[in-house]
Design a protein around this ligand. Structure first.
Ligand SMILES: Cc1cc2nc3c(=O)[nH]c(=O)nc-3n(C[C@H](O)[C@H](O)[C@H](O)COP(=O)(O)OP(=O)(O)OC[C@H]3O[C@@H](n4cnc5c(N)ncnc54)[C@H](O)[C@@H]3O)c2cc1C
Length: 465
């Protein structure tokens, strides 16, 4: 066992760990980057990129299926070749992963260690069974893993998570998706559009990151038309069959449904990869779940020279947040004890469904009641959306009654991923609803729908005087 002495040890070479490494190096620190799995990041291997590749295939299939409504007829049977779909997903995914791996391999050998890292003591890590690392500061950037509730364990290889889907070489015929967070909705709708018979089971009735009850209800209806959407249904038993899985779930109306699927895709949330770090060997203060108590502004755990970034801290499991946090953690680890707070960007969260879902700025659930007005637009009669036959959606924008500032927005609707950026930038710049309305809106565009919602907010502000 050899011992390496460094200023900063970064655990995890993912989307948080890589910027942490680079930032600490840029500060002049000696840094070692430790990876216990494979290089390539969750985002590129089993997350953002392959999911969007599957969605892109689904969009192609959907465009063909609705072409007739425009008078465009695709004669003959439309055939979705599952082998080819999954081949492209994996081929393009591997290309993205290749770019990441190349960039990691350009990091000097002496700065990289392969092996699982665990704490032996404060500042002392054991990596695999080959190296001890003595570090002045440590960045924990170990990411997260899907949670598979106990009741599904009996399904053996018939219970799958997102990682497994992207390894499929063909599309199955029938799948149950458990969970209606971002991953469950995106993969559920994509598989459904690719001809898989999909049942999405929502134990708590949630729809992605939405918290505004009116938008949640609207979205639930919309997605209920896209696939079998069993809202507020609880799976009571899961049994492995010879070539499938039997689920028994109780619907909201009390009816017990018994159904058989090829696979059960569990998308029931993700848990930070903390358990394997042996944090009990350190003086870090841990909460009831064994998570280090940390400051979300500096990412520092207590008063220790330990920083926790990305999915590992369990707060904002998004790529750009992981990258920002990684960079900040790397700087603070290198400069310790001169730590500074991370300058957070405006919150933005997008679900790549159709219609899309977005939450920007403050969530409805987090704004003090009576402090804001709600501007609304329904996209069903919105000009450009209707032209494109994508006129489905409901948007709420939240505007502070006193400052008239745009506080946040929640919605489902066309081009949500793009409109979310306009709104996030406006929120971050502390713009008032009046300033946003003073800016250019072209015609005819989906953004005119946003303008309708903002004008509605202005009208409601006038009524509050
Ligand atoms: C299906 C899916 C779709 C997604 N889509 C989006 C999206 O569209 N947009 C978006 O913003 N976000 C999306 N995300 C979330 C995004 O991928 C994550 O937030 C981001 O990848 C987290 O980066 P990270 O560095 O924290 O973790 P990771 O990239 O997972 O890196 C953690 C690394 O730590 C290593 N590690 C763990 N424990 C140890 C240890 N003890 N010792 C050594 N190494 C260790 C792991 O092997 C891993 O390489 C998606 C996620 C999933 C699963």
């Amino acid at each position: 066992m050899r011992t390496v002495h460094v200023d900063v040890a970064v655990i995890g070479a993912g989307s948080a760990g890589l910027p942490a490494y680079r930032a600490a190096k840029a500060e002049g620190a000696s840094v070692v980057l430790i990876e216990g799995g494979v290089y390539g990041t969750t985002c590129a291997r089993v997350g953002c990129m392959p999911s969007k590749l599957l969605i892109a295939a689904a969009e192609a299939a959907h465009s063909v299926s609705r072409a007739a409504a425009f008078g465009v007829h695709v004669d003959g049977r439309v055939r979705i070749d599952g082998h080819e779909v999954m081949q492209r997903v994996r081929r393009e995914r591997d290309r993205f992963v290749g770019f990441v791996v190349d960039s990691v391999e350009r990091i000097p050998d002496e700065d990289r260690l392969l092996g699982h890292a665990r704490f032996i003591d404060d500042g002392l890590l054991q990596v695999g069974d080959h190296t001890n690392v003595l570090a002045r500061s440590v960045v924990i950037a170990t990411g997260s893993s899907p949670v598979i509730p106990e009741k599904y364990h009996a399904l053996g290889d018939r219970v799958v998570v997102n990682d497994d889907v992207f390894e499929w070489t063909d599309l199955p015929a029938k799948v149950a998706v458990v969970g209606t967070g971002v991953i469950g909705l995106e993969l559920g709708q994509a598989l459904s559009r690719l001809g898989v018979e999909v049942t999405v089971i929502a134990p708590r009735g949630r729809v992605g990151p939405l918290t505004d009850p009116a938008i949640v209800d609207y979205a639930r209806d919309v997605f209920g038309e896209a696939f079998r959407f069993e809202s507020r249904s609880e799976v009571e038993s899961a049994v492995r069959l010879e070539d499938g899985a039997r689920l028994r779930y109780r619907r909201e109306d009390g009816v017990l449904v018994d159904d058989v699927f090829d696979y059960v895709l569990v998308a029931a949330g993700r848990r930070p990869n903390i358990a394997g770090l042996d944090l009990h060997n350190t003086s870090l203060e841990l909460d009831g779940d064994g998570m280090p108590v940390y400051d979300p502004h500096t990412l520092q755990a207590g008063a220790c020279p330990v920083f926790i970034a990305g999915d590992a801290n369990g707060a904002l499991m998004l790529l750009h947040e992981a990258a920002d946090e990684g960079r900040a953690a790397g700087i603070n680890a290198a400069r310790f004890p001169r730590v500074v707070a991370l300058d957070r960007r405006a919150p933005i969260s997008v679900v790549f469904t159709d219609p899309g879902i977005a939450v920007v700025g403050k969530r409805y659930a987090d704004i003090a009641a009576d402090s804001f007005v709600v501007g609304e637009v329904n996209f069903e009669d919105q000009g450009r959306s209707r032209v494109m036959l994508r006129n489905v959606g409901l948007m709420h924008v939240y505007v502070d009654k006193v400052s008239r500032r745009l506080v946040g927005a929640e919605w489902t609707g066309p081009d949500a991923e793009h409109i979310a950026h306009l709104l996030a930038w406006s929120v971050q710049m502390n713009l008032s609803v009046d300033t946003v309305l003073d800016m250019a809106f072209y015609h005819p565009v989906v953004e005119e729908g946003l303008r309708t919602a903002l004008r509605d907010a202005v009208a409601k502000l006038a009524q509050t005087r």
